[in-house]
Design a protein. Structure first.
Length: 145
């Protein structure tokens, strides 16, 4: 388990968390696929001497777009943070998912949020990860940009 664990409620990261390994997703419950990503992140963390961070969203995008889902979560934010810490994560960014954020294009998500605000050394996402306005971005677009 990690000793120092920082929770950010905005995208203003301290310098010590820039150039880290970043995992992006909802991570609602850490299933086997998530655990595989975290194991890979730990290997990279050791090899490149980089911290591990998670960018996640609140509310879950599915809950934001479907107001009839009052509680679609498997885990609370507190439970997720406990699991993240247990997986060796050094920091978590809980980004508010609201109307303004939902309108960000996939390219601007990469350029203005991932690159400019967080500036990770490596990014890990699942194969089915989608992002940006109308979920037009995918992991292939992350690789190309």
């Amino acid at each position: 388990m990690v000793k120092m664990f920082k929770i950010y409620k905005n995208l203003n990261l301290s310098i010590e968390h820039k150039r880290s390994i970043l995992l992006v997703g909802n991570f609602d419950g850490l299933h086997l696929g998530h655990q595989k990503l975290f194991r890979l992140a730990k290997k990279y963390s050791k090899k490149y001497k980089a911290k591990i961070g998670v960018l996640t969203f609140d509310p879950l995008p599915k809950m934001f777009f479907n107001k009839s889902l009052s509680n679609y979560r498997i885990t609370t934010n507190e439970q997720k943070n406990f699991l993240f810490k247990k997986e060796g994560v050094n920091f978590v960014i809980i980004n508010k998912f609201d109307k303004k954020f939902s309108k960000i294009s996939s390219i601007n998500f990469i350029k203005k949020i991932i690159y400019k605000k967080i500036n990770p050394k490596f990014i890990f996402v699942s194969n089915n990860f989608r992002y940006g306005f109308k979920r037009l971005g995918d992991f292939k677009q992350l690789i190309l940009n």
